[in-house]
Design a binder for this molecule. Structure first.
Ligand SMILES: Cc1cc2nc3c(=O)[nH]c(=O)nc-3n(C[C@H](O)[C@H](O)[C@H](O)COP(=O)(O)OP(=O)(O)OC[C@H]3O[C@@H](n4cnc5c(N)ncnc54)[C@H](O)[C@@H]3O)c2cc1C
Length: 416
């Protein structure tokens, strides 16, 4: 088959990697680089050029079976690193979790903080039950109620903490699907906070996926403007003209997919399905300004959460944590100016995964393959992490190339 893939994020690249030996594959990418939300950039420091993440950064053990196996197969190696978090609640001293250094231990030793931490434990127990049951029906506010979290702890600490992790206001955080939040945060009692990093950053795996797909035609700077169905073929339009394909995989996110299908009567049901997804616009600045970090240097952590009563909760990741270098990434509040030392800013439309999200995914699942169209991408299945993007590509490849060697290798790994 002649297959067009639209978008070279994890889902598009994985689709190409799985299908390129079985079919004639063209991969259209709107921008001048591959990777989509996986975006490692190089920052010059006095320790040399450091690879830091502008998009996705965190990879855990739990929930990333496919990514771990893929990275190994691509000949790369994940390093496990600790992932401490500092939490600053308005009007209170900063504390650090898990408390593994002297300063961190001292930081949690107040009755108010110890009380909050007891409730984190309770939330983890209830959250784990929700995750095990695959309960998509509960939102974050419902999870707090089910765990019996006192209102002051939920409103002052736990809901703002989730909001800052996603870069969204408290109200949006309250409505997120508890199942997704728990799975993405890996909120488990036995969970020791950690991150898996790759030498050269996460872009090394997306680059390796592309390099390991030599039969795929990769077309950078080639935004797809529209797709239409014409008798037995799909017509893909770019500013260089129209090309015909037997199948098209839209791996380019919900809003671009909706736009691409607009105006095509045979793809109308697809357009409506794409438009049903919700998102929130986030702006992330990579900068060198330490004033976005806790006042006490000894409490600087990998993640630094600022939970204010009046302002939108905020998160600054210490991008230079592994090297103790002054490079930070802050989720800016709506309308907030960038720090003067900003190196780069990225705007993302982050999917908002509510309890309704799973129903929207099921609607897309019912449409898969109709009119020769397929939808891949993190939002199409599972929770909002890039393992979901990889799995979404596999589910399509299982139908388009069931006997493909890479499909047969990957399928049993992620259905386990
Ligand atoms: C700020 C941020 C932080 C995140 N952090 C984490 C994390 O720490 N851990 C984690 O597991 N997940 C994280 N995620 C989620 C994860 O990054 C994504 O789930 C995953 O990378 C998305 O992959 P994708 O292939 O579905 O889409 P994308 O990566 O969005 O790729 C879509 C691609 O399609 C291209 N495109 C769009 N329109 C067109 C068009 N018309 N024609 C051609 N190409 C087009 C885009 O340029 C892009 O390259 C984060 C997401 C964001 C936004």
């Amino acid at each position: 088959m002649r297959i067009a893939i639209v978008g070279s994020g994890s889902a598009g690249l994985m689709s190409a990697w799985l299908l390129q030996s079985e079919h004639d594959v063209s991969l259209f990418e709107a921008s001048g680089r591959i990777g989509g939300h996986i975006n490692t950039v190089t920052v010059p420091t006095n320790l040399g050029d450091l690879p830091v993440e502008l998009g996705a950064e965190f990879v855990f053990e739990y929930g990333y079976t496919g990514l771990h196996a893929l990275v190994k197969r691509l000949g790369l190696h994940f390093e496990r690193a600790s992932l401490p978090a500092s939490i600053t609640i308005d009007g209170r001293p900063t504390f650090v979790l898990p408390p593994t250094t002297g300063a961190a231990i001292r930081s949690v030793l107040s009755p108010a903080t110890l009380r909050d931490l007891l409730w984190v434990g309770r939330l983890a127990i209830t959250g784990e039950r929700v995750a095990r049951a695959g309960d998509w029906g509960l939102d974050v506010a419902g999870l707090m109620a089910r765990a019996g979290i006192p209102r002051d702890v939920a409103e002052r600490f736990l809901i703002p903490l989730i909001a800052s992790g996603w870069g969204v206001p408290r109200d949006v955080a309250r409505g997120l699907a508890a199942y997704s939040v728990v799975r993405v945060m890996g909120l488990r009692l036995a969970h020791e906070p950690h991150n898996f990093t790759l030498a050269g950053g996460l872009s090394s795996y997306t680059s390796r996926l592309a390099a390991d797909s030599p039969r795929c035609r990769l077309l950078l700077n080639s935004p797809v403007l529209g797709v239409d169905r014409d008798q037995d073929e799909l017509v893909v339009t770019t500013d260089r003209g129209a090309q015909r394909f037997d199948a098209v995989i839209l791996a380019c996110d919900w809003h671009n997919s909706a736009r691409i299908c607009t105006g095509s009567a045979p793809l109308e049901a697809w357009r409506r399905a794409f438009e049903s997804f919700d998102d929130y616009q986030v702006r992330v600045a990579l900068h060198r300004d330490p004033s976005y970090m806790p006042t006490a240097r000894a409490l600087w952590s990998s993640g630094n959460f600022f939970l204010s009563k009046t302002l939108q909760p905020r998160n600054t990741v210490w991008s230079g944590y592994r090297w103790r270098a002054p490079v930070f990434r802050t989720w800016l509040r709506p309308g907030e100016s960038e720090p003067p030392t900003t190196l780069q800013v990225a705007n993302y439309r982050h999917i908002v995964v509510t309890p309704n999200h799973h129903g929207r995914q099921q609607q897309l699942a019912r449409l898969q393959g109709t009119a020769g169209l397929w939808a891949a991408g993190m939002y199409t299945s599972g929770v909002d992490n890039h393992e979901s993007a990889l799995r979404s590509a596999l589910r399509i490849a299982e139908r388009l190339a069931p006997n493909g060697e890479r499909v047969r290798w990957f399928s049993p790994l992620v259905s386990a």
